[in-house]
Design a protein around this ligand. Structure first.
Ligand SMILES: [Zn+2]
Length: 226
């Protein structure tokens, strides 16, 4: 190896180390929230460090994972959790559905897995501004089958999903003037559902886990925690 190559190798090694974000210092729900807030600040100020994204780190995770937080968020393509929290491989257990819901066994079971098996310290229900799923609820009319402004696209299982979200926030059906309020009401409703899960309750009682609500602003990139 030439001297130049040795220097390059040393720099690359240093870079990989600097980019590795360890979870050992995230042992409490409060520390997990702080880590997410710091990552989002890096994201919105264009100071991303892109931690835990190098090849070596990816390889180190091939046998196990220990994410510090679970994020229940929307499938919306504008809400990629790892990017907006400036995190990488192995950091976040992300459950994504249209409208960031836990209205069925697959999503609730995923939360249980994150809590029981992976030992996450925090669960964040993350809604976002201008959420199409919630828009479908607030523009819906009728009682059983939502007939929203996008009726032509309400095919297959989508009406069922929108109906389940509407059941969580029935007071906002047809209330398009309260769109922003409805988005947060849905976030709160999902947080409450999660907090009521027996395994989650047990961990919360011991102070090992917290469930928090948050909103991602599509325009500013900021995640506002409650
Ligand atoms: Zn959405």
């Amino acid at each position: 190896m030439t001297f130049k190559m040795a220097i390059l190798a040393a720099v690359l090694t240093l870079g990989a180390t600097a980019n590795a974000q360890q979870h050992e210092n995230i042992q409490t729900p409060a520390q997990a929230i702080e880590a997410l807030k710091e990552g989002n600040t890096r994201f919105i100020t264009d100071n991303r460090t892109l931690p835990n994204q190098c090849k070596d780190h990816r390889k180190s995770l091939k046998k196990s994972q220990a994410p510090f937080a679970a994020i229940v968020t929307c499938s919306d393509s504008r809400v990629p959790a790892e990017l907006l929290f400036d995190n990488g491989f192995g950091d976040l257990f992300v459950i994504r559905t249209a409208g960031n819901t836990v209205v069925d066994s697959s999503t609730q079971g995923s939360v249980d897995y994150a809590v029981n098996h992976l030992g996450v310290k925090l669960i964040v229900v993350l809604g976002h501004t201008n959420c199409g799923a919630i828009k479908a609820v607030v523009t819906s009319t009728g009682n059983d089958t939502p007939k929203c402004a996008h009726e032509a696209s309400m095919q297959g299982e989508l009406p069922t999903l929108i109906g389940k979200i509407a059941d969580c926030i029935p007071q906002y059906k047809g209330k398009s003037e309260s769109f922003d309020e409805a988005i947060m009401a849905n976030v709160h409703a999902q947080s409450e559902k999660i907090a009521a899960l027996p395994h989650v309750q047990a961990q919360m009682a011991e102070g090992k886990l917290a469930v928090v609500s948050a909103l991602y602003d599509l325009k500013t990139g900021e995640v506002i925690f409650e």
